[in-house]
Design a binder for this molecule. Sequence first.
Ligand SMILES: [Zn+2]
Ligand SMILES: [Zn+2]
Length: 308
Amino acid sequence: MLPKPPPRESGLGFLLIPPFRVQGTSVAGEQTCVMVPELDICFDMGNCPRASLASKFLAISHGHMDHIGGLAYWCSQRNFQGMGPGTIVCSTAIAPAIETMLKGYRDLEGQKMPYELIALDPEQSIEIKNNTHLRIFDLEHTSPASGYCIVEKRSKLREDLVGLPQEKLRELKDRGEQITRTLEVPLVSYLSDTAPGASMLREDVRKSQIVIAECTFVEPDHGDRARIGKHLHLSHIIEWLPVLQCQKLVLIHLSRRSNIAQARKQLRQAVKPELAEKVEFLMDFRANRARYEQQVAEAEKLEHARAT
Ligand SMILES: [Zn+2]
Ligand SMILES: [Zn+2]
């Protein structure tokens, strides 16, 4: 099967990391909105790209305008387009302020703007798809902030029962014994604005197939800015990479002045090639376009080989 194409909407970054697409827009201080269509989820709503309307779930990281400015519009547009109420997920720390903001819009518009809001305490989770859960955890930033991890829960036969005949297993089950165990497979983690810290070393984050993380500053002399704004600097990413088990680390939230080519160069100088190759930049349009075209060409070759 050929890979699904990028959204037609202009200005959106796009990466295909099978079986997921990661797409959206993210510039520090301006807007961040990152979607994973296969999981029906969008992280943050700095503006409201058209493609984001399709997400049923919206996980908000924190209340800074570049992450929340498009929230009311998203709720309203989903309703206007007849898509049903969206589900906003956020921490209990910011839920009351979100309710107040949305109430303000309802009063201004004089009409209902349906949405569902789910407020979670740190480490709580909700099911967003069959056996797929969205977990929230704390980040450290200049305002209360949260990260997220999407985990798939797979049911596996208990290790000590592997190899037993079916009838024996049925017998145990009929006796009321738990014959399966739940295996947690972390799929996607999202670390938006944050200072470096414990969240980066969490097991679910380290083991995620895809990690999406902020990297606001790149220039070597911008370390102080990162520290004051409680953001990640490329130097933190370089330290972090060796402990990450992900297939891809997708960097977002670079400041407009940061140079992606420069960032790639610094990465290549600082870490082993196989680690540098794990890193992608959501907003590197040219490199991502070339990467996608190559993925399509490879898929076409495979299809052709299968057909002949
Ligand atoms: Zn931000
Ligand atoms: Zn922020």
